[in-house]
Design a binder for this molecule. Structure first.
Ligand SMILES: *Cc1c(COP(=O)(O)O)cnc(C)c1O
Length: 422
């Protein structure tokens, strides 16, 4: 191909061309703001620590964090250091807690970028004390959130040990104890409330043993606890609710229960959709997709949709899921492929007047709820949103331009500079 045909487009054209995929995730930031307001009203006077890990559960961490800042949210949390750096690079100066247990060699980066450290072992406390000793006295203190093991058996120190760690760090120059905290194992399950209550008590006992935290808060509640176990924030004095899922308009409850709970007022923020890229009528007996797992029982209109497991639409949804087309539901038939999947629109006489280019809603308004997709794929809404891959551009209606996912590989400025464009 002549070089002139492959020269990269500049500016807007490049940005537009980067969006030429049938599959997109449309994120309604006004829904995120609505959900944040609901959570803040419910939790007040507790503050919201907005959890934007995993690219804000697939919604786009920078866009979501900015929208939340506009809603008055002043504390954020992520799981990993690079996630925090992405927010810092975008100009988010608010406190950010990093949930992961740091490896000692990661700690200097926490100090450089003013990140909250999860202290979940004496070894991490040691490393923190050592780091603080080597810093200039004028440096801003490193914020530590000491984690208590209360029943999750994941991260945290036993209560007495955590209390001792708090006292030790509180007496260390250059370190500020910003939190004493735990995480619930089963806050969404009313049948396990006694266990959840016990986790809260253990945290309270640790807090008593630790003594007052002049610049810190004792915190525990995630979304399920915030929605369904009010004591988790009411019983703790100045505290945070650490919510992620609710901000994206999702809860953990099955549909029958969901409707009767406060969570019903949450507005799902993501609409995951694709397009029909090929359309035909197949005869009875025609087998569809890899493995020939589905055979048409009659003559039907078959839509090939430009979405697959490479976009985060899990292969286990094959033969189980429905999608929304023109306001109706239709079944996914045959094996879902990496980039494509097939939808049975029914016998030609009954099929909707669909055309190539028509929208297919995988979940969100106009299609199934993310909870239904979770049920069909034997998982939870957290995973359904988070597994939408980086090759799916995120669109933000109401903003001037759509963007490719923040973490997606950028289109190289000189895509064909090697002269071997294909
Ligand atoms: C992810 C996470 C949260 C947020 O949980 P949601 O249920 O999404 O609100 C809170 N705390 C910790 C420690 C987490 O890892």
């Amino acid at each position: 191909m002549p070089a002139t045909d492959t020269s990269p487009p500049a500016g807007d054209a490049l940005a537009d061309d980067a969006l030429l995929t049938p599959t997109t995730a449309t994120v309604d930031l006004s829904a995120v703001r609505h959900n944040a307001r609901l959570v803040q009203q419910r939790a007040a006077p507790a503050d919201l620590m907005a959890v934007v890990k995993a690219d804000a559960y697939g919604h786009g961490a920078i866009r979501v964090a900015r929208a939340l800042r506009a809603e008055g949210v002043s504390h954020f949390a992520v799981a990993r250091v690079p996630e925090a750096l992405e927010l810092r690079a975008a100009g988010i100066e608010a406190p950010i807690q990093v949930f992961a247990a740091p490896l000692p060699e990661h700690l200097p980066a926490y100090a450089r970028h003013r990140l909250g450290v999860t202290v979940s072992s004496p070894a991490i406390a040691d490393a923190l004390v050592e780091l603080a000793a080597g810093r200039a006295p004028s440096a801003a203190p490193i914020r530590a959130h000491v984690k208590v093991e209360t029943g999750m058996e994941r991260l945290g120190e036993p209560p007495e040990e955590a209390a001792a760690t708090v006292r030790r760090l509180a007496g260390t120059d250059g370190v500020e104890v910003a939190g004493l905290w735990t995480h619930f194992a089963a806050a969404a399950d009313p049948e396990q409330e006694a266990f959840t209550r016990r986790q809260l008590e253990i945290l309270q006992e640790a807090a008593e043993a630790a003594g007052p935290l002049p610049n810190g808060r004792v915190h525990a509640a995630n979304t399920p606890a915030t929605m369904h176990f009010e004591e988790s924030f009411r019983a703790l004095g100045p505290t945070f609710v650490r919510c992620g899922l609710a901000l994206y308009g999702l809860t953990l409850f099955p549909p029958a229960v969901r409707a009767s709970l406060d969570g019903a007022q949450l507005r799902p923020a993501m609409r995951f959709s694709s397009k029909i890229t090929h359309l035909k009528t197949i005869e009875a007996g025609a087998s569809v997709s890899y493995g020939r797992g589905w055979t048409a029982p009659e003559r039907v209109r078959l839509a090939t949709v430009g979405c697959g497991y490479g976009d985060g639409y899990a292969r286990i949804l094959s033969g189980r899921a429905e999608v929304g087309v023109a306001g109706q539901r239709f079944p996914v038939v045959g094996r879902i492929c990496m980039d494509l999947m097939m939808v049975n629109l029914g016998p030609p006489a009954d099929a909707p007047p669909a055309e190539v280019g028509d929208e297919v809603v995988l979940f969100g308004p106009g299609g199934p709820h993310a909870q239904e997709v979770a049920d069909w794929s034997e998982t939870i809404p957290y995973e359904v949103a988070t597994r939408v891959t980086t090759r799916v551009p995120r669109r933000y209606p109401g903003e001037a331009t759509a963007t490719a996912a923040a973490t997606a590989p950028r289109v190289p400025a000189h895509a064909s500079s090697n002269g071997h464009a294909e």
